[in-house]
Design a binder for this molecule. Structure first.
Ligand code: PEP
Length: 247
């Protein structure tokens, strides 16, 4: 079986007015068109999704939302449903990012419900998991991550991805080592097996201080099927270099 191309995913978080988002999307589309060694996806803020969808039409870059609500519709002021994302042309949705789990106290149960909503709308959820620095120091990191997967990932229900994002590595400039990443991805592969999800069908991304300098090494680590990138995805040149590193 041929190995699937890695996914290089850029999470722009709450950054960029529409003009900046359009410029970033144009640069990502150009970099992706010049490399067929990877898949590329960008996750603009909700306010820029429509404008970015226009830029990406006909390009190889996929569009994704940064979150969705677990309900299909209703009285949920400020929230966005999975169907609304699909309607804008999204293929993916990020769920359970640490900035929601720890920043907004989102539980694994909520992430699970959101993942089911994503499946119903035909989106591919990218479910983020990762241990905090305190859990790691106390030797509780592996259990915390495994618990998050069991709590957040619906049993064999539709195509999805996991993203291993150690919280202590996000935005700190200190990525996990290739050995740590390979070890955790091996553990996560076992958990997905237990959930009757084979790794081929459920790729596992790594995220946390990925840069043009470390991208190729991390992508070469056992069990790594792509990268979820925050800060470096806001720099068109750095994101382009990471796309090229996947080749
Ligand atoms: C993230 O927030 O998902 C992330 C990986 O951020 P950064 O690349 O900036 O560490």
């Amino acid at each position: 079986m041929t190995k699937a191309k890695p996914l290089i995913a850029g999470n722009w978080k709450m950054n960029g007015l529409r003009a900046e988002a359009v410029a970033l999307a144009e640069a990502a589309a150009a970099a992706a068109a010049a490399s067929d060694a990877c898949e590329v996806a960008v996750f603009p803020p909700f306010t820029a999704l429509d404008a970015v969808a226009g830029v990406l039409a006909g390009s190889p870059v996929a569009l994704g939302g940064q979150d969705c609500h677990e309900a299909e519709a209703g009285a949920y002021t400020s929230c966005i449903s999975a169907a609304m994302l699909a309607d804008l042309g999204c293929r993916y949705v990020i769920l359970g990012h640490s900035e929601r789990r720890h920043g907004r106290r989102e539980t694994s149960e909520t992430v699970y419900d959101k993942a089911r909503a994503a499946f119903r709308a035909g989106l591919i959820p990218i479910v983020c998991v990762g241990e905090t620095r305190a859990q790691r120091i106390r030797g509780l990191g592996d259990d915390a991550v495994v618990d998050q997967v069991f709590g957040s990932v619906p049993y064999a229900e539709g195509p999805m991805m996991l993203a291993y994002e150690p919280v202590w590595a996000i935005g700190t400039g200190k990525a996990a080592t290739v050995e740590d990443i390979a070890r955790m991805h091996d553990i996560l592969g076992g958990v997905l097996d237990a959930l009757e999800r084979d790794c081929e069908g459920s790729p596992i991304l790594y995220g946390g201080s990925v840069s043009p300098d470390n991208a190729a090494d991390i992508l070469a680590a056992d069990g790594v099927s792509g990268l979820l990138i925050g800060g470096a995805s806001l720099d068109a040149q750095a994101f382009g270099e990471i796309i090229r590193a996947a080749g």
